[in-house]
Design a protein around this ligand. Sequence first.
Ligand code: BGC
Length: 833
Amino acid sequence: MQIDDDRRRARSQMTLAEKASLMSGANFWNTKALGRLGVPSIMLTDGPHGLRKQGGAADHLGLNASLPATCFPTAATLANSWDTDLLRQVGEALGAEAAAESVSVLLGPGLNIKRNPLAGRNFEYFSEDPLLSGRLAAAMIRGIQSNGVAASAKHFAVNSQETHRMSIDEIVDERALHEIYLEGFRIAVTEGGPWTVMSSYNKVNGTYANENRELLEAILRRHWGFDGLVVTDWGGNHDRVAGLVAGNALEMPSTDGVTDREIVAAVEAGALDEAVLDARVDELLALVERTTAARAGAPGVDHDRHHELAVEAARRSVVLLDNARGTLPLGPRSGRVAVIGDFAAAPRYQGAGSSLVNPTRVDSALSALQASGLDVVGYEPGFARRDVPSERRRRRAVRLAQRADVVLLFLGLDESAEAEGVDRAHLRLARNQLALTRELVSLGVPVVVVLSGGAPVELPFAGHVDAIVHGYLAGQGGGRAIADVLTGRANPGGRLAETYPLRYADVPSSATFARTEATSEHRESIYVGYRYFDKVGMPVRYPFGHGLSYTEFAYADLRAGRTSAEVTVTNTGEVAGVETVQLYAEPAGRAEGELRAPRELAGFATVALEPGESATVTIGYAEHAFDVFDPTAHDWRTAPGRYAVLVGASSRDIRLQAALEVEAPAGRAADPAVLAPDVARLPHYLRGDVEHAGDAEYEALLGRALPPSAWPTGRPLTRDDIIAQAKGRRGFGGLLHGLIELSGRVLLRLGKPLAANNTHFALDLPFRSIARMSGGTVDDDMLDGLLLMVNGQFLRGARRTATAWLAQRRRARAARTAAPTVTPPTTTVIDKD
Ligand code: BGC
């Protein structure tokens, strides 16, 4: 975006130090102001499904309270709606809440690909499919930004695991990088036009994402035309100058000017062209310009209206997984209903970490059911969270079930199971929940399971219980939405945006996820989610796109045109409903011999139909529906030939198909060797049997030798190493590690699992971040002292740290008495009322 003349003039009047000062935060959430030239400070806050504007102490872990705001369903939940219009509306509401609080940048949506169901932040992301992720994110971005508030598409890119997220090197081959991990971002950027993008903490193929020129300069700006500002993830700066050169303008949070001075020094030494700094400053000024409306203070928020939208968004996102015996919906004839399960009364409606919202209110399913007119004969928690055994709860639940005609059993992942910074350890529900389920099923009373949780779990009771409803993490209105679905007041229209495997071992990355040292090899390449399960023909619990309804939809007259397909959908049932029409492209008869998924989502649309109503739905093919990313050309190329265009209600429930002949534009056909490489070179990849591809085969796919996956040993730890690497070291390093680990165990014992999770954050912190994240309390000299202590020179290190600390105090005292040369940073004071 072009900045206006005033801003350009302002920039030309800035000193080098002033320009550099704008490149990092004033505090945890605000940029710096430059009062002399009329540049205001702007505020950035989380998050993706609700505003997290902190009124008091600030943090990026969800520790300190934020102002009340509407907690919408998380991205994993909203994704089940497949409804871009709904996402736009939620985005609009999020943007309105941000604008009303004078927040200029809302740090979301998050749209990393769900490579593995155990990834700790899956609840914050949309899908395993990039088209679905990208379209939904784009709609949300448009909604947020319609208020003059910037969205921030995050975390760019390949932030596939939480373990060691600040240091892990995510190794991905070029096809998978573009076709799977970047494609959603490409769509979000080109169709949503976010004004900011947040770079991720991790490295991508050896280079930190925030200083990765290939990602930030070539791909994001040159190829996709991104014209906004790139912000680091909080504490995600590694080498400030390298980040700036790559295109990362704003470092957050404050470093107390340390990295600003690095920028100045680099320019003065001739190591950084001042024009690069000017370009980044212009990006910041443009962002300030674009978000003027937010700072002007928008009208107050109608929280009741937003709550209703939160309920509606949850209703649209609930997935009816199973209703084989037609038990649902419940009605007056269902008889005595027992509500069992802790999640009914104390709903799990969002995940933990930086996205944690302080909701304006929370509806529980239990109270909504009690008010629904059903004959609810009682409620029992049945089990304790975190798998704590409770014989009493079990017994009381069984007794209640014996008095009922149907049991509504609320199960789920508890708060400690899904959190930023930690990957899950397994795919199971708690043992006490599974045991209770078995026992209730054995009573012979119909059991309807209602699930909460932001990611797949193994569902061993599927087929044994009468129905399964998945509410995901449905936000503050989720309880009402779920009750509406159970009672038929709402007809479920949600469709899974990810595959539910039968067991964790079926997931192609299961054997190695999450990697615990230097690298994380994405060995399964493009075979992520349904692309893998379909390639190897593996049975799954519920396929991608699956979801039932209280009505039936019939498909007819599929016509595959050159740019879109058309199909007629009829609601043949008794009640109104929403159908998600999914279009898949299948290279007819070729996928087996090619390095390709058998079918890929090529488009989708939702259609609401009254009983008996029909509609003709036209779905345009996604831009790369018939393309592959050709690593020989480093660009997208068309894979010409015959395709089957499939229309279905899931990736495995294909209702109709039509043939389509696809031609490549002149000079744009994919290299045949990319599509069908020599079988001797990539035998396992051609079959999809990726778990058995050895190092040599993976290296052949990658086109280079694999970097060492283990941490180097026997050398001193450096600023870029993480605290976890001190494990087992002699002296202070090992002690520091041990103490942090111990505090985690103590917190768990004290029943504080969320606080305990934060010890993972601490262990995953690179030593440099101790200084960067301290807002100046720890400077580089102190850090070097600490490193000496960790590396076996305790006394020397302690002396150095103490000397640096004293010097810092002296400098601070001197600064207080001297006149400031630069206008001091503005801290936004938040009125807690
Ligand atoms: C998270 C981001 C978040 C930021 C600010 C980081 O730890 O990764 O998603 O926006 O903190 O809270």
